[in-house]
Design a binder for this molecule. Structure first.
Ligand SMILES: *[C@@H]1O[C@H](CO)[C@@H](O)[C@H](O)[C@H]1NC(C)=O
Ligand SMILES: *[C@@H]1O[C@H](CO)[C@@H](O)[C@H](O)[C@H]1NC(C)=O
Ligand SMILES: *[C@@H]1O[C@H](CO)[C@@H](O)[C@H](O)[C@H]1NC(C)=O
Ligand SMILES: *[C@@H]1O[C@H](CO)[C@@H](O)[C@H](O)[C@H]1NC(C)=O
Ligand SMILES: *[C@@H]1O[C@H](CO)[C@@H](O)[C@H](O)[C@H]1NC(C)=O
Ligand SMILES: *[C@@H]1O[C@H](CO)[C@@H](O)[C@H](O)[C@H]1NC(C)=O
Length: 430
């Protein structure tokens, strides 16, 4: 099936266009999908919260250099708290540009990145998007410390479970630590569904398991392009979940695959007439049943004394430039700066889904730690792979690049990039 879709004509009502753009995007997404997996969830077993008050002195920021002496005095006394997962809200903060910030890896230095996310290697002309750091309002979120990360996973299996966004987070995590591991001590085995990065001297693995809906569907392994032909078995998870047993750190996600239209063909229980027994459900309703199936599995199978469970919240998509007031824009194409409006929230993050996640997880027995990436990622309209990506295993051609409405990928993120910050939060909670 080809990726042919005509641009919508402008007499169609906006809602239809939105759905259309979403379905189209989704089809593009499918074809850029290389089957592998990644997803994340973490739970916390906190005995007692450490409270610390840091009055540490920092250097003035670039834009503070011209301020008055008085201002300067105030600004160099940083009275934010040392990061404490129970006290600090990772959604409240701002992106700060730091010219001298260097990510721990690049898409040339890390051999484990997919071409889909290797934007600079694929010709992205600016790498400014790598120099923004997420700064919390009230707390100091520590930078990713690769040594500490290796230490935390020593003797453990860590597994990201979910969709291609989760695969991005997995690759980010691998690249953030692999440069510390000598050549003979590491290995990578990529599979269609299950991939394993092994660190021998630490007896640790960082794995990815592909399960884009977490529950079972007819489009997990052999992807079905037409969303209407997909059927989700919303009460069935064992096929995937048996591979998660015994893992020490589980990091889950699931979101974007649910957003291909407003209805989802869902099947539960058993029907003599098989798939004909499925019903079209509102996406949020179907999502709730599926997430409950997942929650029930976790509660019945995970030993909270042994395993931490994390859940990465929705990764926002940026398909409508009007969301951030760029009326003449084409999706996220050609954006070069994050959105600065505080609390910006676009149509690419579904609040209904967020509330389903919060309510289902809130009733679980096993503690699940959120990596709440939605708000901070909402600002980063300029950090998607856009046209510097591949489709069906091939880099976009010049003609395709010239048609960003159709071909720009505003779902996945360049690496290094925004998912590194997700992992910074993950490590701060680990
Ligand atoms: C600081 O002030 C100088 C002189 O007024 C000006 O040239 C420079 O651009 C200012 N820098 C910033 C960061 O505002
Ligand atoms: C910017 O990054 C550099 C290099 O990592 C670091 O030394 C400096 O403290 C950072 N500046 C700010 C304002 O965070
Ligand atoms: C290595 O880790 C696995 C679990 O991930 C554990 O079962 C095994 O005992 C560990 N081996 C050593 C030598 O620590
Ligand atoms: C977890 O550990 C606590 C304290 O050591 C113990 O009381 C509890 O029974 C354990 N839970 C499970 C599921 O093993
Ligand atoms: C994208 O940005 C480049 C550089 O700023 C500009 O030359 C080009 O016209 C822009 N393209 C579109 C379609 O806006
Ligand atoms: C994540 O953060 C957003 C923005 O602060 C908030 O609205 C949402 O409820 C949070 N989600 C969860 C599951 O805690």
């Amino acid at each position: 099936m080809g990726i042919v879709a005509k641009p919508p004509r402008f007499k169609i009502p906006l809602s239809v266009i939105t759905v259309f753009v979403f379905s189209f995007t989704f089809i593009v997404l499918l074809y850029t999908e290389r089957i592998n997996l990644l997803s994340s969830s973490v739970f916390k077993s906190k005995s007692c919260a450490k409270r610390g008050y840091s009055k540490y002195i920092r250097k003035p920021f670039e834009d503070e250099k011209n301020s008055t002496k008085d201002d300067k005095f105030k600004s160099i006394i940083d009275d934010r708290f040392i990061f404490d997962p129970d006290e600090c809200n990772v959604a409240q903060g701002k992106w700060v540009y730091n010219r001298s910030f260097k990510p721990l890896y690049t898409d040339l230095s890390c051999p484990y990145l997919d071409r889909q996310v290797s934007c600079v290697k694929n010709g992205k002309p600016d790498s400014d998007y790598r120099r923004w750091e997420w700064q919390l309002d009230d707390c100091v979120l520590p930078r990713f410390d690769a040594r500490l990360a290796l230490d935390r996973i020593r003797g453990k299996r860590m597994m990201f479970v979910g969709d291609s966004l989760q695969r991005g987070q997995w690759q980010s995590f691998v690249c953030l630590v692999e440069f510390l591991v000598p050549k003979g001590q590491k290995s990578m085995r990529r599979g269609r569904v299950h991939s394993v990065f092994k660190i021998k001297d630490h007896n640790a693995t960082i794995e990815f398991y592909w399960a884009p809906f977490l529950i079972d569907s007819n489009t997990d392994e052999k992807i079905i392009g037409d969303p209407k032909k997909r059927i989700l078995r919303v009460d069935s998870i064992e096929k995937h979940a048996k591979h998660w047993v015994g893992v020490d750190v589980l990091v889950f996600n699931t979101y974007v695959w649910w957003m291909t239209g407003s209805k989802i063909r869902s099947l539960w229980g058993s029907f003599a007439n098989g798939e004909d027994g499925s019903e079209e459900l509102d996406a949020a309703v179907s999502y709730r049943i599926a997430l409950k199936t997942w929650a029930n599995w976790v509660d019945s199978n995970v030993d909270p004394n042994k395993t931490r469970v994390f859940f990465t919240t929705m990764s926002p998509t940026h398909q409508r430039s009007a969301d951030w007031n760029n009326k003449g824009g084409i999706k996220c194409f050609n954006e070069t700066k994050p959105v600065t409006k505080r609390g910006h929230w676009g149509t690419g993050s579904d609040k209904r889904i967020m509330s389903v996640v919060a309510s289902v997880v809130g009733k679980m027995k096993v503690p699940v730690t959120f990596i709440n990436v939605t708000q901070l990622s909402e600002y980063r309209v300029e950090a998607h792979s856009s046209i510097y990506t591949e489709m069906q295993g091939k880099l976009l051609t010049d003609e395709q690049k010239a048609d960003p409405f159709k071909f720009a990928d505003c779902i996945h993120w360049c690496l290094p990039g925004v998912p590194d910050t997700w992992n910074r939060i993950l490590l701060a909670n680990l």
